[in-house]
Design a protein around this ligand. Structure first.
Ligand code: FPP
Length: 242
């Protein structure tokens, strides 16, 4: 990638990968065909993030709400995930990529959990891009979970700061996303990383997930570099800090 070289590279990009089902239906195919093609788009995003020098890439692969889909689609998605992890492991190792997962992982099928656990263990010492799969994840679930743990661990309300709260989230060791991308021609957050995206720049490219290429990521990063992030300060204050 050229145009973003030496400029501000986001530490963390998060993606809501939407539009697989419609991509398939538009071609008169079963929805799972869209998910299968979505795996290539996942590869494109990982490759692009690695090339750009992004440190964390979080992918919304399965939401808590996705459990309400027809059983065949859920089963197909879980098998696809297991196969993708198996097929990509050598590739992840070769590219120094570390895999992690967030979400209510205990609710995943046993096969999926053990495959994921093995891949996380195998890649844990890699020092390049960290790919975080959000599986059976929802932001509200994560926040409620954090509250439950805090109630069990803290007695004094003065001790509960934003930093303490964030340390009870699944993302405790990660920076907040600088960029949130949602494909699929929708402009919603859909319960993804609710706490963490407080200051993220939002992007809604007009494409369905299986069509996502690494060039789409580079374009978004280039636009991100033109945006001024103020974190609640005035433009003048931010200029004087640069
Ligand atoms: C949303 O499209 C996509 C998903 C619910 C699943 C995403 C899964 C993959 C891309 C494949 C496996 C993932 C990995 C990490 C290897 P949708 O079905 O909601 O599409 P629609 O809005 O058109 O119905």
């Amino acid at each position: 990638m050229k145009n973003t070289e030496l400029k501000r590279i986001p530490d963390h990009v998060a993606i809501i990968m939407d539009g697989n089902g419609r991509w398939a239906e538009e071609q008169g195919k079963e929805r799972i065909f869209g998910h299968q093609n979505g795996v290539q788009a996942v590869r494109n995003a990982i490759e692009g993030a690695g090339e750009a020098g992004v440190k964390y890439l979080t992918l919304y692969a399965f939401s808590t709400e996705n459990w309400n889909r027809p059983k065949e689609e859920i089963d197909a998605l879980m098998s696809l995930l297991v196969r993708a992890i198996q097929n990509e492991l050598d590739n992840l190792m070769a590219n120094n990529v570390r895999l992690q997962a967030i979400g209510n992982l205990a609710t995943l099928p046993q096969r999926c959990r053990s495959e994921l656990k093995d891949a996380i263990e195998t890649t844990k010492n890699n020092t390049g891009l960290t790919v975080v799969l959000a599986l059976s994840y929802s932001g509200r679930w994560e926040i409620v979970n954090a509250v439950k743990e805090i109630v069990n661990n803290y007695r004094k309300e003065q001790e509960i700061t934003e930093t303490v709260f964030a340390s009870f989230l699944n993302t405790k060791e990660m920076p907040d996303p600088d960029i949130l991308i949602r494909t699929g021609r929708e402009r919603r957050i859909s319960n993804f990383l609710l706490w963490q995206i407080a200051y993220a720049e939002l992007f809604f490219p007009e494409l369905l997930w299986p069509d996502f290429k690494k060039e789409d990521l580079f374009e978004i990063i280039a636009e991100y570099q033109t945006r001024q992030r103020r974190f609640g300060k005035t433009g003048t204050q931010v200029e004087s800090e640069i």
